[in-house]
Design a protein around this ligand. Structure first.
Ligand SMILES: [Zn+2]
Ligand SMILES: [Zn+2]
Length: 580
């Protein structure tokens, strides 16, 4: 250490000289330099001691920032009776009193089970990877429990969650979320909290692992944040935009757990559940970047951990009270719709980067893609004027009135919905009529046993229309087409099942669905009748469908399909047909 080196007090910013060691110290919790007058308090630490802490039993000297953080979460621990794997009052506050029951316990796909256990047991979620403040909180909540016990409850919650949300699956960052949920609730409650987060709060298509989705929701989100940095008064805009690009997953997919200190995190989460929206995460993220821009090196190794040290919970409470800081909820929706509309246009460009992306998503050759692009462009609708009929108008109005209190609010919301709708209509794509026309050509030529009627095709169209704009852009259309024409039986079956129901299907409908996908000649066989008897159930869930995919008959069909793959003709051979 250079004895003439200077440092700053992390609280009052006064310049400290290393040489005069006795006039300042290091905070034992956040490890920052602090002057003596800003570190007069001592608190008990719970987590693994660092090299500076010799006796953990004794209260340790901490900076005033850490002290404030500590006081706030001690308050919450007492007020809401927070304890590891225990149903707390905070959980009721977040979810309301309605208690669901966990109905089905379904087998987990083996590889996901393995992934979860590997993640938890090899210590990726071990406390040392949480930041200094979260670590203290979690350790305090877990006091008196064995490490093995703790890990088992994390694993159980994650497995339960993934088994109930197979279309989301297990993804990076989820284990952190499970840990925080388990500090607030018991295992069952943590599962409900996670369900609520992923199905209500986190924007759609954020984590989706369905084929071809390419995390478009996440992309839109990142793009929105970058846009906000450039239109708001931020310093070092370029560096921040780069930073978001690079660290996006760690910032957003963990809901800021790796960044914020615990008091700020809890304030943010409470707000997020209160307004059932992701907006608090966006606002806190922008706020954090804005206040740390000045003197931080964004390339330093522990950057995520360090930017959160500047954020105090009290300022966040203030931030949430001001409605319009950085953006309003309405502006956010608009930006994201604009993003969809802008990208929808890019998919028909003859640009090598775009073509390569499409190739990756669809598994088609570049020449096939460009051929399709040319045909697609002929039918594209652009900048449609808003045309909402009387009935839609009525239901939009009702929707606006249902959502919040006063009539004036409802009128405003109604206007906002109309504006958002008009942006959706600016997506660059084909409408249902063109879609039906294309499908007629492709499906009839390609597969004799395909008997998708208009109603089914409409369902498929809606499924692939990711922002519900009544138009399919080229990317969406391409994904749809490749699944229908080139997909395995499993791909098609999963897609149709999701399109048809989302979760539950009567046996009759299920049988119809099968009959659409299984070659006519096989349907005449005894083996097929036996198969139907094997799988018979009054109602089918997504999981029953997964079981069907493992049936010997289906496996046999898949093998047959695989063998016939070379017979698939190139899509270019359709050019003449579309042109007619
Ligand atoms: Zn100070
Ligand atoms: Zn500190």
């Amino acid at each position: 250490m250079n004895i003439f080196e200077k440092s700053k007090c992390c609280v009052c910013q006064k310049v400290l000289q290393i040489l005069l060691m006795r006039f300042f110290s290091k905070c034992k919790r956040c490890h920052q330099d602090v002057c003596l007058s800003c570190s007069s308090n001592r608190i008990k630490l719970y987590s693994i001691p660092n090299e500076m802490v010799k006796e953990l039993d004794k209260p340790q000297r901490v900076c005033d920032n850490c002290y404030r953080d500590y006081l706030y979460y001690q308050d919450l621990i007492n007020q809401y009776k927070l304890q590891w794997n225990t149903r707390s009052l905070l959980m009721n506050k977040l979810l309301g009193n309605k208690k669901g029951k966990i109905k089905i316990q379904q087998p987990l796909e083996f590889y996901e089970k393995q992934n979860i256990e590997k993640d938890i047991l090899t210590g990726r979620s071990d406390s040392h990877l949480l930041n200094y403040s979260i670590r203290e909180f979690v350790t305090q909540c877990q006091q008196g429990l064995e490490q093995q016990q703790i890990r088992n409850s994390i694993i159980r919650v994650l497995e339960l969650f993934v088994a109930h949300n197979p279309t989301i699956g297990y993804c990076q960052g989820m284990n952190y979320i499970a840990i925080i949920c388990l500090c607030i609730a018991d295992e069952e409650g943590a599962f409900f909290l996670m369900n609520h987060l992923f199905n209500v709060i986190i924007p759609p298509r954020f984590f989706s692992n369905s084929s071809g989705a390419s995390l478009i929701g996440y992309q839109a989100e990142i793009n929105f944040l970058k846009e906000m940095i450039s239109v708001n008064d931020f310093q070092n805009k370029e560096i921040l935009i780069q930073f978001i690009e690079l660290q996006g997953p760690q910032l957003l997919l963990t809901l800021m757990i790796q960044v914020l200190n615990i008091s700020s995190l809890l304030v943010t989460w409470i707000q997020m559940f209160k307004i059932k929206s992701f907006v608090p995460i966006d606002k806190v993220l922008l706020y954090t970047l804005n206040i740390t821009t000045r003197d931080i090196d964004f390339m330093q190794p522990k950057i995520l951990n360090n930017i959160g040290k500047f954020v105090h919970y009290a300022n966040l409470i203030e931030l949430f009270q001001k409605d319009e800081i950085y953006f309003t909820k309405f502006e956010r929706t608009l930006y994201i719709e604009q993003y969809y509309s802008k990208t929808s246009r890019s998919w028909v460009q003859n640009d090598p980067i775009i073509l390569n992306k499409l190739k990756k998503i669809s598994n088609l050759d570049i020449d096939e893609i460009t051929t399709l692009q040319t045909q697609f462009k002929k039918y594209c609708l652009e900048k449609r004027t808003i045309s909402i009929d009387q009935q839609q108008r009525q239901s939009l109005k009702q929707l606006a009135q249902l959502t919040d209190s006063s009539d004036e609010d409802a009128d405003d919301q109604y206007r906002e919905i109309l504006i958002i709708q008009s942006f959706k209509l600016q997506k660059y794509g084909i409408n249902i009529d063109t879609f039906l026309y294309f499908m007629e050509i492709f499906l009839r030529k390609e597969c004799q046993h395909y008997s998708l009627d208009q109603e089914k095709l409409q369902l498929i169209f809606n499924l692939f229309d990711e922002n519900k704009s009544e138009l399919l852009d080229f990317r969406e259309f391409l994904i749809c087409l490749t699944i229908l024409l080139r997909g395995s039986f499993a791909d098609k079956f999963k897609m149709l099942f999701t399109a048809h129901t989302q979760n539950i299907l009567k046996f009759q409908d299920f049988e119809t669905l099968l009959s659409l996908l299984i070659p006519q000649d096989i349907q005449q066989t005894i083996e097929y009748k036996e198969f139907l008897q094997r799988i018979v159930q009054p109602y089918f869930t997504y999981f029953d469908m997964l079981k069907v995919l493992k049936d010997p008959l289906i496996v046999q069909i898949e093998i047959q399909n695989e063998k016939n793959k070379h017979k698939i003709k190139k899509l270019n051979s359709y050019i003449g047909i579309i042109d007619q």
